[in-house]
Design a protein around this ligand. Structure first.
Ligand SMILES: *[C@@H]1O[C@H](CO)[C@@H](O)[C@H](O)[C@H]1NC(C)=O
Ligand SMILES: *[C@@H]1O[C@H](CO)[C@@H](O)[C@H](O)[C@H]1NC(C)=O
Ligand SMILES: *[C@@H]1O[C@H](CO)[C@@H](O)[C@H](O)[C@H]1NC(C)=O
Ligand SMILES: *[C@@H]1O[C@H](CO)[C@@H](O)[C@H](O)[C@H]1NC(C)=O
Ligand SMILES: *[C@@H]1O[C@H](CO)[C@@H](O)[C@H](O)[C@H]1NC(C)=O
Ligand SMILES: *[C@@H]1O[C@H](CO)[C@@H](O)[C@H](O)[C@H]1NC(C)=O
Ligand SMILES: *[C@@H]1O[C@H](CO)[C@@H](O)[C@H](O)[C@H]1NC(C)=O
Ligand SMILES: *[C@@H]1O[C@H](CO)[C@@H](O)[C@H](O)[C@H]1NC(C)=O
Ligand SMILES: *[C@@H]1O[C@H](CO)[C@@H](O)[C@H](O)[C@H]1NC(C)=O
Ligand SMILES: *[C@@H]1O[C@H](CO)[C@@H](O)[C@H](O)[C@H]1NC(C)=O
Ligand SMILES: *[C@@H]1O[C@H](CO)[C@@H](O)[C@H](O)[C@H]1NC(C)=O
Ligand SMILES: *[C@@H]1O[C@H](CO)[C@@H](O)[C@H](O)[C@H]1NC(C)=O
Length: 849
């Protein structure tokens, strides 16, 4: 698996922030003295030191002590420290065998809790050579300048010990230092502690006083000490996850033995200096996500020893020169996510070791360079999201290791060459969003995980995409996403896809498939998304769809399916989107078996069919997914999108809905998006009042049916509603005043019914135009030109009640305001609310009192 695709492989995902290793050998061990003879003063100092702290036996229970790399056992080292016993035998203490002085103190994981004060007797232990206080809690103590008294120190380890603030400049007195670990000072920040900060001048003084000694240095963030890269023996500098570290690369005096320079995810900014070419020994240069800009210096291509070069996610521009061919040892090359332009030159012939090449998300044009496809070691190739054109090379050697193959989002044309179907190691292939034509051939590789060929111009009247072709995709036992949408594919959908146990996304939308959807979905299938909309399927839905228990999205819109409502789907506990729009479904919609049908359904679209009978009350009652979403413990946070988690393609679900009267493709379905569309059918009977319980509903369209009765008051409870279309029915009675509660209602269509009485006023109702009401002979009042005569205008008391709160209600109008100054005032305020001042003028003056 190549590192270009999974960044973690580059960044090594460990949390030590800066690791510098000089390979001169030395070890860091505490040896037991042969003749323990404890120095009396040291013993007393140790005891006083111990007594200045609490030993907290539950210290390591908080999560920041449970991180990888912090492994503390629950035993107290200082428990063995007793007055009157030989301190050289105490846990963690090492003495010099001749003088009896304490020279080593390892109190890592000592359970110590408390401040380390400047008057601490620790600083009297001036013979100390090795001091490890890692993994204790020094309660944000400032490290005392008296640390500089311990001039014999060769090893100092304060990792994860809860020190904070500036490192004292006296640390530069420690001229013997070989190893310094100040890492993980961020962990105890969880407690609100300040981080340790290494002042650059302090750092420089330390380096000057200690040059050549360094073995290891583990630091946290802050300003990068420029001197590090000039240390004469430095061979490896690795850095990761250090997004706050500001680094400056030297213009000269590089550490020439450097073999590995990994500054991924640091803040370098500016340009890569020419002088980088001084690093003649460099094998790995990893400068991804460093905020570099400008062009890559030509001298970089002189680093002929490079095996790994990553410049991904910077804003580098310019062309990739033919000098790239110098880097004959390259194994991994990642120039992705920059602004490189020009052509990808045909210079790969000698780069025979390349295993991973990533150029995606640049501005590269021209044709695919043939030599790139002759790299037989290639495992990952991503050229996605460029402007590459022309055909995919048709004759290539056996790319038996090609695993990830991404050419999507380019301008490639021609057919899919045969070799693409027989890549024995292929798991992910994305050729989508190109201009590929011709048939989709038969895959003889069964290792596939995701395949996307969508948004091309693939055709295959004479392809093998017919019912009896089982081997094509079905035998790819690990295929999890098959995306062939938006092509010109015809024939039958292979039946065996229903038994493909690994498939979670089947997206064949907008093609010319006919016949049936797969009829034999097996019990343990993984389907989350099935989108077959926009084809010419005609056969009834198979009962085995009920086996798709993980299904979240089923979109069968715009086919010719002739069937009754698939009640078997109500068992699907995960189903969120069901669209049967524009088919030939007929009969009544009733719930049969399930106790809680469609519990998670949020988009229910059966519009443009031939359904008849009463509206499906029993379903409305149970659409729990459309009821109050404000209960955040049971629902995802607002503004999350549906996506298929299993698919490596980060596949986003989309669906076409009619929203506010227009067809809109929701490319990413908000998990808060809820609609019911039953329009253009032959439903009759009344609107059930229970619909008022679906309080998260954003859109309701019951238009073009034969619905009779009144509009239920309870519709006023749908306070999230943004569009409501009840037009072209046989609704009677008055428009319920409760609808004025719908503060988000932007589109209202009640036209072509038999409604009567006065149109309610106030709030959103002041913004709807004639078109919302026409075709109701007995309606009157604003915005219709027909005014209500006095007798009928006595509003029902409930209306009066409602109106009192509104900005200008019936009461104020009835009290006889004219179209004068007072109205001017109202208009000013209302203008802000509705941006419709003229309407209001008409509204207010339309009433004659
Ligand atoms: C000991 O440490 C635990 C966990 O870090 C902490 O919750 C507790 O307050 C500490 N006890 C004392 C006496 O400080
Ligand atoms: C150790 O014990 C001696 C004699 O009992 C006593 O004088 C001394 O103060 C003790 N030291 C500490 C640090 O408790
Ligand atoms: C050391 O200093 C701290 C605070 O500065 C003080 O509370 C403590 O009493 C001092 N200890 C001794 C032994 O002087
Ligand atoms: C510092 O101490 C911790 C805990 O004992 C240890 O994991 C780490 O490796 C030490 N650092 C160095 C540079 O030895
Ligand atoms: C360098 O180390 C020596 C020995 O510890 C010390 O005396 C001197 O002050 C240090 N120099 C600096 C600049 O810290
Ligand atoms: C580079 O090293 C030389 C010799 O050690 C020194 O004179 C010069 O000042 C250094 N240059 C920089 C920019 O540090
Ligand atoms: C690259 O190296 C060659 C040979 O060492 C040298 O002639 C050339 O100037 C170098 N190019 C750059 C841009 O540094
Ligand atoms: C590959 O190497 C050969 C021999 O060193 C050389 O002649 C040829 O120009 C190189 N090809 C490329 C594309 O650099
Ligand atoms: C493919 O694209 C290239 C360059 O855009 C064009 O010259 C060529 O005619 C196209 N070929 C086909 C078969 O469309
Ligand atoms: C269709 O399948 C047959 C036999 O499996 C094969 O000979 C033929 O080449 C295939 N056609 C296409 C277009 O892949
Ligand atoms: C579900 O799948 C099993 C086989 O896996 C099949 O026997 C059963 O008939 C299917 N259920 C339905 C409702 O078709
Ligand atoms: C729903 O609306 C009706 C009539 O408008 C009202 O009586 C009822 O209290 C409302 N229910 C809720 C839960 O708001």
């Amino acid at each position: 698996m190549g590192w270009s695709v999974l960044p973690c492989f580059v960044h090594h995902c460990f949390t030590l922030l800066l690791l510098l290793i000089i390979h001169t050998s030395s070890s860091y061990t505490f040896s037991s003295p042969l003749l323990p003879l404890c120095n009396h003063e040291d013993s007393s100092n140790l005891l006083q030191f111990k007594n200045s702290f609490v030993v907290n036996t539950s210290l390591y229970q908080d999560w920041w002590w449970q991180q990888p790399g912090v492994l503390c056992s629950s035993y107290s080292k200082t428990a063995s420290w007793k007055n009157g016993t030989d301190c050289c035998l105490w846990d963690g203490v090492t003495c010099d065998t001749t003088s009896g002085h304490v020279i080593g103190l390892d109190l890592s994981c000592g359970m110590l809790e408390g401040e380390l004060n400047p008057n601490s007797t620790l600083f009297h232990l001036t013979h100390l050579q090795q001091l490890n206080l890692a993994n204790n809690d020094f309660c944000a103590s400032q490290l005392s300048s008296r640390i500089g008294d311990l001039v014999a120190l060769t090893h100092l380890n304060l990792s994860n010990s809860g020190f904070g603030g500036d490192i004292p400049s006296t640390i530069s007195h420690l001229s013997q230092l070989l190893s310094l670990d100040l890492s993980r000072s961020d962990m105890l920040n969880e407690k609100g502690y300040r981080k340790l900060r290494f002042d650059p001048s302090t750092w420089n003084k330390l380096i000057l006083n200690t040059t050549n000694n360094w073995q290891e240095l583990v630091l946290d963030e802050g300003n990068f000490p420029i001197g590090i890269l000039s240390l004469p023996n430095l061979q490896e500098l690795t850095l990761s996850d250090n997004v706050e570290l500001k680094v400056k690369l030297p213009k000269s005096n590089w550490s020439t033995p450097l073999r590995i320079l990994d500054l991924t995810d640091t803040i370098l900014s500016g340009e890569i200096p020419d002088s980088i070419c001084h690093l003649k020994s460099l094998k790995q240069l990893l400068l991804g996500s460093c905020q570099f800009e400008g062009s890559v210096p030509l001298s970089l291509w002189n680093l002929t020893g490079l095996t790994d070069l990553a410049l991904t996610e910077n804003t580098l521009h310019g062309e990739i020169p033919s000098l790239l061919s110098n880097l004959k040892h390259l194994i991994n090359l990642d120039l992705s996510s920059n602004s490189f332009s020009g052509h990808i030159l045909d210079v790969f012939a000698n780069l025979t070791k390349l295993e991973s090449v990533a150029f995606e998300s640049n501005r590269l044009g021209g044709q695919l360079p043939p030599s790139l496809f002759h790299l037989t070691q290639l495992s990952d190739l991503s050229l996605s999201a460029n402007n590459l054109e022309g055909p995919i090379p048709s004759k290539v050697p056996k790319l038996s290791k090609l695993n990830l193959f991404y050419l999507d989002h380019n301008l490639l044309n021609g057919t899919i060459p045969n070799w693409c179907y027989s890549l024995s190691s292929l798991t992910n292939m994305d050729l989508s969003n190109n201009k590929l034509v011709g048939p989709v051939g038969e895959f003889s590789t069964y290792s596939m995980d995701t395949l996307s060929l969508s948004n091309n111009k693939l055709q295959a009247s004479n392809n093998n995409f017919t019912g009896n072709v089982s081997s094509t995709f079905c035998n790819a036992s690990s295929l999890s996403a098959l995306i062939l949408s938006h092509n010109h594919l015809s024939g039958m959908i292979p039946q065996c896809l229903g038994t493909a146990l690994s498939l979670s996304v089947l997206d064949l939308q907008v093609n010319n498939f006919h016949g049936s959807i797969p009829t034999n979905f097996s019990q343990s299938n993984q389907f989350q998304t099935i989108k077959l909309n926009g084809n010419q399927l005609e056969d009834p839905l198979p009962k085995s769809l009920a086996n798709c228990t993980s299904l979240e999205v089923l979109d069968l819109a715009e086919n010719n399916i002739e069937d009754v409502f698939p009640s078997c789907l109500e068992m699907l506990q995960e189903l969120q989107v069901l669209s049967l729009r524009a088919n030939k479904f007929h009969g009544t919609i009733t719930s049969f078996r399930a106790e809680h049908p469609f519990p998670k359904l949020r988009i229910f679209d059966v519009s443009n069919n031939k359904f008849s009978g009463p509206l499906p009350t029993s379903l409305f009652e149970n659409f729990e997914g459309m009821k109050d979403l404000s209960d955040s413990t049971h629902h995802p946070p607002a503004l999350s999108y549906m996506s298929s988690s299993r698919s490596g393609l980060a596949y986003n679900d989309s669906v076409v809905v009619t929203m506010k009267g227009e067809f809109i493709e929701l490319v990413r379905i908000l998990t808060t998006f809820t609609t019911i569309d039953l329009s253009n059918n032959m439903f009759d009977g009344e609107i059930p009042y229970v619909i008022g319980e679906l309080t998260s509903l954003k859109g309701l369209n019951l238009s073009h049916n034969k619905i009779s009765g009144i509009i239920p008051q309870t519709l006023g409870n749908l306070t999230s509603l943004e569009w409501l279309d009840l037009s072209w029915n046989q609704l009677k009675g008055e428009i319920p005043v409760s609808l004025t509660n719908l503060n988000f209602l932007a589109v209202l269509n009640l036209s072509e019914n038999q409604l009567e009485g006065m149109i309610p006023t106030g709030k959103q109702f002041n913004t709807f135009e004639n078109g919302s009401y026409i075709g109701n002979q007995m309606l009157c009042g604003f915005p219709l030109s027909k005014s209500c005569n006095n007798d009928e205008e006595q509003p029902p008391s409930s209306i009066l009640h409602q109106k009192e709160e509104s900005l200008f209600g019936w009461k104020s109008v009835a009290a006889g305001y004219g179209c004068g100054m007072v109205f001017g005032m109202f208009l000013g305020r209302l203008f802000i609310k509705t941006a419709r001042p003229l309407w209001l003028a008409r509204l207010l003056c339309g009433y004659t009192y």
